[in-house]
Design a binder for this molecule. Structure first.
Ligand SMILES: Cc1cc2nc3c(=O)[nH]c(=O)nc-3n(C[C@H](O)[C@H](O)[C@H](O)COP(=O)(O)OP(=O)(O)OC[C@H]3O[C@@H](n4cnc5c(N)ncnc54)[C@H](O)[C@@H]3O)c2cc1C
Length: 414
């Protein structure tokens, strides 16, 4: 594959842009692969990428029922941070955050990583205690975060209202190297790199059955016919329990719709990401000038990619009291994704009761930020049978009661 560079742009400018190649191939599936990954979201594509890059495994198919990046990866509000409380979480999210820093160079694809800083507002005494505790834990874990005063919050976000009608802003947890990246570009960059390594990305191909013989995965049935494989990775977010059922085991997971919206584009007014978890709304400004706004999850399990009306009202109410200027904004569009939520609000990256079948799911409302770290760890687990980053995230923790409680960092937050 030709590299993207300033010279390539100049060359193509001189020949009317006729020499660009397709970023990835769209092949028909082969009958057998060493590894099949189901789900061409960020986590599936990153897993395939690191299987090739770190372990030289390239006879890989990534099977996607829709279009690549069309699941939650292309629907999120792109917040990247690593200020989680528990050690295993801080380790994997910080690994991911650090990989984001060099992702554009690694993939030779501009993912527009913007480490503009993320503030999580504290609006109750309870939140102050929770975030100060996280700040101390992060210091021990080598994750750079700090507790900041309301005055510093105002300095960083001049449009904020510190004295909301329901909850005042009492301070915040600030991660200066957190930020955002362009979500589609993350999927596209990984897809291009995977295709370049010879992997097959097969879109519009649904996995309809998992074939298991003598307790071992031997392949999948798809809408394009059966495909055999030596190892199978299920990386399908909100559809993970559906696929697990096809393989004959159950996952402790619920699927719910989470929604977001964007406003009309306006002049630059806020250059950090702000999350207000008590009133529950969060906002950042995209490079185009739109205000990107995130809301809550539906209170009932469902597989609709829409989200319900009352959440729109709640989110807008939270935003208007935190940033009064929002009351004058016109909203352009709203959408939803199906998020996969576990009881302890931590992901599952694990072997399964079926031999050679691995699962990566449960990232819930906050897995975009984890994509490179998760792919790195899942690839290591699939290639070698063990990864230090995934040890605690086994699905067996729900049987053994070894929960990784991240309900403060990840229950509603993203
Ligand atoms: C509105 C919203 C806002 C969010 N905001 C943030 C945020 O700010 N920061 C953050 O870190 N995270 C955020 N998230 C969460 C984040 O988007 C997800 O955790 C992450 O994208 C999950 O990636 P994935 O690759 O696991 O799943 P997905 O991107 O959903 O990919 C899974 C893929 O599997 C495919 N698939 C499913 N079943 C099958 C099958 N049977 N056969 C073949 N293919 C199948 C699907 O079509 C899909 O493309 C948000 C999510 C939503 C919905």
């Amino acid at each position: 594959m030709k590299r993207y560079s300033v010279f390539a742009v100049a060359r193509e400018a001189l020949r009317y842009h006729t020499g660009w190649e397709r970023a990835w191939r769209s092949p028909e599936p082969k009958r057998h692969y060493d590894v099949v990954i189901v789900g061409a979201g960020g986590h599936g594509l990153a897993t395939a990428y690191y299987l090739g890059k770190n372990f030289g495994i390239t006879n890989v198919a990534i099977i996607e029922k829709g279009w690549l990046g069309g699941g939650n990866t292309g629907r999120n509000t792109t917040i990247i941070r690593s200020n989680y409380l528990q050690d295993p979480s801080a380790a994997i999210y910080e690994k991911a955050r650090s990989l984001y820093e060099t992702m554009s160079q690694d993939l030779n694809y501009n993912v527009m990583f913007s480490p503009r800083g993320v503030i999580m507002l504290a609006q109750t005494e309870h939140e102050i205690r929770g975030y100060k505790r996280t700040a101390h834990a992060n210091q021990q874990q080598g994750v750079q975060t700090e507790w900041i005063t309301p005055e510093r919050v105002k300095e960083l976000v001049p449009i904020i209202n510190l004295h909301g009608p329901r909850y005042p802003v009492l301070g915040g947890l600030w991660q200066e190297r957190g930020g955002t990246a362009r979500h589609d570009a993350v999927a596209w960059g990984y897809a291009r790199a995977c295709s370049d390594m010879g992997m097959d990305i097969i879109q519009k191909c649904e996995v309809t059955g998992v074939r298991v013989e003598n307790g071992r995965t031997v392949g999948v049935d798809t809408t394009k016919g059966p495909i055999d494989c030596d190892k199978l990775g299920m990386v399908v977010a909100g559809n993970a329990s559906v696929l697990a059922e096809q393989a004959g085991f159950r996952l402790p997971m619920e699927s719910v719709a989470l929604q977001a919206m964007v406003s009309e584009p306006i002049k630059p007014c806020m250059d950090v990401v702000v999350m207000a978890n008590t009133v529950h709304g969060y906002m950042s400004q995209s490079d185009k000038g739109e205000m990107v706004i995130g809301g809550g999850t539906d209170g009932f399990n469902n597989y609709t990619q829409r989200g319900s009306f009352h959440h729109i009202e709640e989110t807008v109410r939270a935003l208007v009291e935190t940033f009064p200027m929002v009351s004058r904004l016109k909203m352009l569009r709203q959408w939803g994704g199906i998020v996969d939520v576990t009881g302890d609000r931590s992901p599952i990256i694990s072997k399964t009761p079926v031999e050679n079948c691995f699962v990566n799911c449960g990232w819930g409302t906050g897995g975009f930020k984890a994509i490179p770290g998760s792919g790195w760890a899942m690839a290591e687990l699939m290639a070698t049978g063990h990864s230090p980053l995934t040890e605690e995230f086994s699905m067996m923790r729900f049987r053994e009661g070894k929960f990784i409680d991240e309900s403060v960092a990840a229950g509603v937050a993203h």
